[in-house]
Design a binder for this molecule. Structure first.
Ligand code: HEM
Length: 394
């Protein structure tokens, strides 16, 4: 039996990186029965999959996303409809606009959540700091200003239930459908106002940008993409920030160097953390025909996981790829994906994580991992520390 046949979901979730390293060496394109998908592990092959929509389409028939969110979503369509959806979502999240609003948006949220943590001398930075910053920043940028944290958490949970319901579990589907309908109701009301009175929120840009005068994009075209972006965008910057901080706390000498030059080094620290532990593991596609790749033949119709997480640890591009190294200077990582579907929120996410970490580092002279509860990472499709217990001192 081949190595790939023995891989289990539990092993992947505990730590996929040694598995990917062995696959890169022995079987860089391999069908893994436990997850019913072909895993592509080397940088060049991952890039090729994500950049060849004619061979590997984003319209994955087995994806449960469209069942709950409706279709088309930006993530699961190619061609002109995809370009139309990108034309709506991209403008709010390009580097120039992001630079104009990110401090103002993120700093007050970060300061609000840091104050009680400092007062009690520490806590779980994932649940009590990075997650709320990530969620509220995305909601604010979208235009869901009045939705409180418990509601956003419930939305996230419900959307996730629908998105991962590969087994078609009726209870999961019910939860996903109910939240999906609730979000549609709220978004419809906001859209209605924005059609008459545009503003600078992402929802408004989605309606108006690139449209002929007097016309707006149809709401029903936008709603599935609103939901898919909420699901990815609320959680992942928080996950990424947690991983960056673990990398730094596990390498205290690097943290000292970083603290002396935040302006120059914080962006590098963030990119290195996203390379080291990719918050989103795969770009998932479907083979449009039988395709030879990496010594294997992927059959037409098969689901393919192009592992951006594995690409970012490919030893042909990165020396000692498993270590976190702020001083690394070896070119870009793959955490935001390749090709037409590369992350719309990449500049926003990076800038947000930089502000969240800056507020934390400037506000706390001392950040110490709780030795009794050291951080554990979990997941292969989504990966992050499950908790990040620290003591803090101003
Ligand atoms: C560190 C945080 C983040 C990471 C690592 C990340 C990663 C990714 C990756 C790998 C993809 C490609 C998926 C695929 O091709 O199948 C993607 C797509 C996307 N991301 Fe992100 N993302 C992050 C944060 C965000 C945020 C905050 C937003 C909010 C604006 C966002 C919006 C999107 C959208 C709309 C897509 C779909 C693009 C398309 O299909 O054309 N992401 N992201």
């Amino acid at each position: 039996m081949a190595f790939a046949d023995h891989i289990t979901v539990a092993e992947l979730e505990r730590d996929p990186y040694p598995i990917y390293a062995r696959l890169r060496r022995e079987a860089p394109v391999a069908f893994v029965p436990a997850v019913n998908i072909w895993l592509v592990t080397r940088w060049n092959d991952v890039e090729l999959v994500a950049k060849s929509p004619d061979l590997f389409t984003a319209e994955v028939k087995t994806s449960p996303i469209e069942r709950t969110f409706g279709k088309p979503t930006i993530l699961t369509t190619d061609g002109p409809v995809h370009r139309e959806l990108r034309a709506g979502i991209d403008p709010k999240y390009k580097p120039k606009p992001v630079a104009g609003y990110i401090e103002q948006l993120v700093r007050p949220i970060a300061e609000e959540y840091l104050a009680p943590l400092l007062a009690k001398g520490g806590g779980d930075l994932m649940a009590e700091y990075f997650e709320p910053i990530s969620t509220l920043s995305l909601a604010g940028s979208f235009g869901f200003h009045d939705i409180d944290m418990p509601t956003l958490r419930r939305w996230f949970y419900g959307l996730a239930q629908g998105a991962i319901n590969f087994e078609n579990d009726p209870e999961r589907q019910r939860i996903g459908d109910a939240v999906s309908a609730e979000i549609s109701g709220v978004a419809e009301r906001i859209f209605e106002r924005l059609e008459r009175q545009p503003d600078d929120t992402a929802l408004s840009h989605m309606l108006h940008d690139g449209m002929p005068a007097g016309k707006t994009r149809p709401r029903e075209l936008l709603l599935p993409t609103v939901k898919v972006t909420l699901l990815g965008g609320m959680q992942e910057p928080g996950h990424g920030a947690g991983s960056v901080l673990v990398g730094l706390l596990q390498n205290p000498d690097q943290l000292v160097v970083l603290r002396n030059d935040l302006d120059e080094l914080l962006p590098r620290a963030v990119d290195e953390g996203l390379r080291w532990v990719a918050p989103i593991g795969t770009q998932t596609r479907e083979a449009t025909r039988d395709i030879e790749l990496g010594g294997a033949t992927i059959p037409a119709g098969a689901a393919v996981g192009a592992l951006v997480s594995s690409a970012s640890r490919d030893e042909t591009r990165f020396t000692d790829p498993d270590s976190y190294n702020l001083h690394r200077n070896e070119g870009p990582h793959a955490a935001f994906g390749f090709g037409q579907h590369f992350c719309s929120g990449r500049w926003f996410a990076r800038a947000q994580v930089i502000v969240a970490l800056r507020v934390l580092l400037e506000g706390c002279a001392e950040i110490v991992l709780d030795p009794a509860r050291l951080p554990q990472f979990h997941g292969w499709e989504f990966r992050a520390p499950t908790a990040l217990h620290v003591s803090l001192r101003a």
